[in-house]
Each structure stands twice: as C-alpha cells, then as structure tokens.
Design a protein around this ligand. Structure first.
Ligand code: LLP
Length: 443
C-alpha cells in the first residue's frame, strides 16, 4: 500500500513528497513524523469539491486536534478551510498560525472559564455549548465584554457508530452534549434563546471516529434535522448551521474499505437536502469537521530499527527507536498499522515479525508485519500516522518527542522541532530543601 505521493524509487527506497525516507531519517533523525503536503492539500481540495459541488453552502473545518501545529493550521487555512479547536492550547495554536478568528469553531465538554474568555476575546466564529452550566457562564463572559457570542448547541443524537468504544462520541450514554430524546436538548435551546448575549446559530454533533460506513452519518443527519424541525415548531427558531462533526475513517491496512469522499458527501448532502425538504426547512450551512480523514494518510512515521531478537519457535521481535510515546493508538485502541522497510522497499518479504517500541513495557506497534530480512539501521516507515499520533504523543520514559517535517517536491522543512534532553528537564524544579539534602549527602 502506497499513500499520497509515496513511491518506491529506482533504488528501491521509499520516497515521500519526492524525498528519500532514508535521506530524511539521516538529516532529521528518527523517530520522525513526515507530513506529505501535497497529499494533505489534495485531500482538502477533494473534501471541498465533494461537498461544495453538491451543496454550495458547505463549510469544511479542520479538526485541529488530530495534528495541532501552526504550519498545518496555515496549510488548511490556505486551502479555504476553517479550523475547529477544543482547548485553549488548540485555540492558541490556531490564532498563532494566523487563522482568522471568524473561521474558528471552539468545542470542548468541560471548557474552563479562561478558555471561554479566550474564545470570546478572540471573537471566534462559533462556540459549541456542551452543558447547561456553559450557557450561564458564556452569557456572563460575553455580557462582561459587551459582546455577543455566536453559539452552536452540541447534541447527542443517540447514534452508535461501529467503532472502538473509546471513540464513539454520539451515543446515548455519553459525556458530550445534550441528549435529544429526553428533552434535555430542547430545554437547553430554550435557555440559550433567552440569553441576551448569546446568538444561537445552529446545532452540532459528532458521532465517533474512524467510521467506515456512511449509514451512521445518514442516521445522525436525519435525527439532527428532525430536531431542527422540532425547534422550528416549538420556538419558531430556524437553524442556520448544521455541524455534523467529523468521523470518516482512513486506510490503515491495505484491505481497509473506506467510503470515497464522493460517496460520503453524496450520502450526507443527499440526506440533508431530502430531510430539509420533507420538513419544510430552508437549507442550513452544512459544516463538516474532518480530522483523521484530512490528514491521516498524509502522515508517515520513520523509525530506525535497532535490536532484532529471534526467539526460536516463538517469534522475532524487531525493536524501533520510538513506540507508545509517539504512537499510543495500538495500546489505547488496539489500532492496526501497516509499514514497510523504507530502504528495502522492493525486497520480497521473507518472514513475519512483531514490531515493538523501546519503552519499558510491551509496547507493540504492529503485531504481525511481513518484512524482508531486516537488520539494525534499517528504516521502518509506519503509514497513516498523520492523525492522533503527534497530538497524542507523550514523554514516557523521558523520550524527547520527535520532530515533524513537511515534504513536497523534494523539499523537506521542519514544522515541529525535535525535543532535546534539556527540554525534558526544562520545567522540572527541585525544591531547595532537596537540593540542600543533596549537598549534605555529598559532603
Ligand atoms: N469534531 C469533533 C467535535 C470531534 O470531537 C472530533 C474528534 C472531530 C470533529 C474529528 O473527528 P475525526 O474526523 O478525526 O474522526 N484519539 C482518537 C480519536 C478521538 C476523536 C475525538 N473527536 C483516535 O486516535 O482514534
């Protein structure tokens, strides 16, 4: 499986964005997150085309949590997308990247007062209200600034998407948003409509992630529009925005069957048009918030292979110089990845190995990978790591977080520097009394 601009050159070496993976590893070190800029830009364009050609009032907003960096925010903004954020840190990153505040949507199920202040002060385009408490809090903040906050209300449409339970976010038993069926969402809307400094612009949901089937999206859209019709009937209130969140899956393994963007857009926009017509509602602006499906396949992580340990009759472990710290997804969700040996990309596979990290626990990255004969120093390229890898990385075992590079047309540029050992201790403080004790022991 080759993704985006990946290709195997005449010397049998994997290239991404016209750069040799071996050259990248040598120049920038490993582990290394590599972002295929052309692939990312193309996906942004494909998303826009798929939706805007079918539904002109479409707006695509990049869910920045998947790979929160200023350079990525810049690229998606250049491609005409908005950016959604879920914390003060993500908002700070988007603003720092120069994303127009009006193109930012702020989500989050437990926003702090500071985060809401930040969002109102910046004048972000939309703030998603997730609980009753936030209605009063946001009203007070907006009033204090003499501002009007334009808000969406987060709904739990009760759709159970077929994905890992940790990333199902729209079902009934959820911490997110207001449940529609028990009347909580309707009551919350009544509250928002009464708040003088809140302008309700519409409704939003997000039903889950890595969903490989259009049906749950269709169901969610239907339920959302049914609810919009109820609001129209009960309050004479017409939604302007219908934000259906993200959730479309990507290819992690060659056999993964992902709906095409055209089929997905056709299913969603077709449902929205048909349901609005049936309910006599004007067509709202349709917001999509893709994260994984925008950038997942544009990311590759390069590792250097170290120890190759054969346990006769059991298996061979191939250890790489990263692991659970740069990609916690296999451990968290049992996620599967595919990979190739970048410097032996045209060698036939001769055996199956287990790829492990270097952490002090069994951090399996890939349970079973078919590889050619591998040895210390080979470069392993793990694919589809553009989403929820860098952004979920940690310093476990005090490993410095990897660098990220953007590649295109044979050029490679750093977008996130590799952490140094000093970065790891930069925020440590040793209380004076401990330092004194240390001196005594030493003397
Ligand atoms: N909008 C909202 C409100 C969200 O909560 C999310 C993701 C998205 C959009 C983007 O969803 P996507 O298109 O990426 O599926 N860490 C997990 C995924 C958690 C998803 C959280 N919400 C993972 O690594 O699989």
């Amino acid at each position: 499986m080759l993704l985006g601009t990946q290709r195997i050159n005449g010397e049998g070496i994997l290239e991404i964005g016209g750069c040799s993976a071996v050259g990248l590893a040598r120049e920038f070190g490993t582990p290394l997150y590599v972002v295929d800029e052309d692939c990312l830009r193309q996906t942004c364009r494909d998303y826009r085309r798929a939706f805007e050609s079918r539904y002109p009032r479409s707006h695509i907003s990049f869910s920045s949590k998947v790979f929160t960096t200023m350079a990525i925010c810049r690229i998606v903004e250049e491609e005409g997308l908005g950016v959604d954020v879920s914390s003060g840190g993500e908002l700070h990153t988007a603003l720092g990247a120069g994303v127009a505040p009006s193109k930012i949507v702020m989500h989050g199920n437990n926003k702090s007062a500071e985060e809401m202040e930040m969002a109102v002060a910046a004048g972000v385009g939309r703030i998603g209200i997730d609980c009753l408490e936030e209605i009063g809090a946001l009203q007070a903040i907006a009033a204090g600034r003499g501002a009007t906050a334009e808000v969406l209300i987060r709904l739990a449409p009760g759709v159970e998407a077929d994905t890992h339970t940790h990333i199902q976010t729209g079902k009934v038993d959820t911490k997110f948003g207001f449940w529609i069926v028990d009347g909580a969402a309707r009551d919350a809307v009544a509250e928002i409509l009464k708040a003088p400094n809140l302008a309700l612009r519409g409704i939003n949901c997000h039903i889950g992630s890595q969903i490989l089937d259009n049906e749950p999206f269709v169901q969610a859209a239907e339920m959302m529009i049914d609810f919009a019709a109820q609001l129209q009937a009960d309050f004479g209130y017409t939604i302007d925005d219908l934000d259906l969140g993200g959730g479309l899956g990507v290819r992690y393994l060659p056999g993964d069957d992902v709906p095409s963007l055209d089929d997905y857009a056709e299913a969603v926009t077709g449902t929205v048009k048909a349901c609005c017509e049936r309910r006599g509602l004007p067509l709202p602006r349709l917001i999509q918030e893709p994260g994984r499906s925008l950038i997942g396949e544009a990311g590759t992580t390069l590792y250097t292979i170290g120890v190759v340990k054969d346990i006769p009759g059991v298996r061979t472990y191939v250890a790489v110089d990263g692991g659970i710290s740069d990609n916690p997804r296999p451990a968290l969700y049992g996620s599967k990845y595919s990979a190739l040996v970048a410097d032996k990309a045209n060698h036939p596979s001769t055996r199956t190995v287990r790829v492990s990290g270097k952490h002090c626990e069994t951090d399996t990255l890939i349970e079973e990978l078919a590889v050619p004969e591998v040895e210390r120093g080979d470069i392993l390229a793990v694919q589809t790591t553009g989403a929820y890898n860098y952004s979920m990385a940690s310093n476990y075992n005090r490993l410095p977080r990897p660098a990220s590079v953007l590649v295109s047309g044979g050029r490679a540029e750093i977008i996130v520097e590799r952490e140094t050992l000093d970065d790891l201790t930069r925020l440590d403080r040793v209380p004076k009394r401990l330092r004194a004790a240390e001196r005594e022991t030493a003397s």
